[in-house]
Ligand binder design. Structure first.
Ligand SMILES: [Zn+2]
Length: 265
């Protein structure tokens, strides 16, 4: 992956927004690859294809690219709110690539891939309608709330100017793919519990050695307060945690070893 962007294409345009769009779209066409299969490239969609900027020539996976000159934190601007909402409800959201570039040098600093099957409505925020003075007045856009997507579901393509190996990107994408079978309104909980389980795999100081992929129910319960803050309407956190662990087992992400012990695949 080449991180230098094709800046020469900017010369023809005056408006900064147009320059950014032309340069980042061309960069995507030359550098993005499919995370769902082994295709080393993506094909640019015909102009005006709603919400899909590229698709895979081999498996037809759709991708959308959103670029900005600010670091990727908080929220990113996406397109029309109602279209995005409908796409999430119908499970037809494209994979999203969020890009942060340095406009002074036209170089990619960070990029994350958010697989299409991790979106839920809690990732979406409605923007105020455009004012009457605007050409498209009344139009309602949206933000994607990156903070509401668990870190585990944001796959790093480029971090601080260093590209991730495509093999690792595809492995992480494949690990999340079982979520395709979870309804969008249940994904939030499933992803949050998965996120806790993944954090348990990180080595912790002062704890006895154990197989790195094993954990206990008690260890997950220790995060009950944190999960309760994420889901304030749910009053029965522990049964919900057990239900989500079951869901993750059915998805083939972990197995039950008995007596409150689990193993992550
Ligand atoms: Zn593909």
């Amino acid at each position: 992956m080449q991180l230098r962007m094709p800046a020469d294409l900017a010369g023809k345009y005056k408006s900064p927004a147009q320059r950014a769009r032309v340069v980042s779209e061309a960069w995507g066409e030359r550098n993005l690859y499919c995370a769902n299969c082994a295709s080393p490239s993506l094909t640019r969609s015909a102009a005006g294809t709603a919400a899909v900027d590229y698709s895979c020539p081999e498996c037809a996976s759709p991708f959308q690219l959103k670029s900005q000159s600010r670091p990727l934190s908080g929220r990113i601007v996406d397109a029309a709110y109602y279209a995005m909402r409908r796409a999430i409800e119908r499970a037809s959201t494209p994979n999203l690539v969020a890009l942060h570039y340095d406009p002074s040098q036209w170089v990619v600093r960070d990029a994350v891939l958010i697989p299409r099957f991790v979106f839920s409505l809690s990732c979406l925020e409605k923007r105020p309608p455009l004012p009457v003075t605007a050409r498209r007045h009344g139009w309602v856009g949206c933000y994607i709330l990156l903070g509401n997507i668990p870190p585990d579901a944001k796959i790093a393509l480029v971090t601080n100017g260093v590209a991730t190996n495509p093999t690792d990107v595809r492995r992480q994408f494949a690990r999340l793919r079982p979520l395709e079978n979870v309804r969008h309104d249940a994904r939030g909980w499933t992803l949050d519990v998965l996120n806790v389980v993944r954090r348990l795999q990180e080595p912790r100081r002062g704890t006895p050695w154990r197989a790195p992929t094993e954990f206990t129910l008690g260890e997950v319960y220790a995060f009950a307060d944190e999960l309760a803050r994420l889901h304030p309407r749910n009053k029965n956190i522990e049964p919900k945690i057990r239900q989500q662990l079951q869901e993750l087992r059915e998805l083939g992400i972990l197995e039950f070893l008995g007596r409150g012990r689990y193993r992550l695949w």
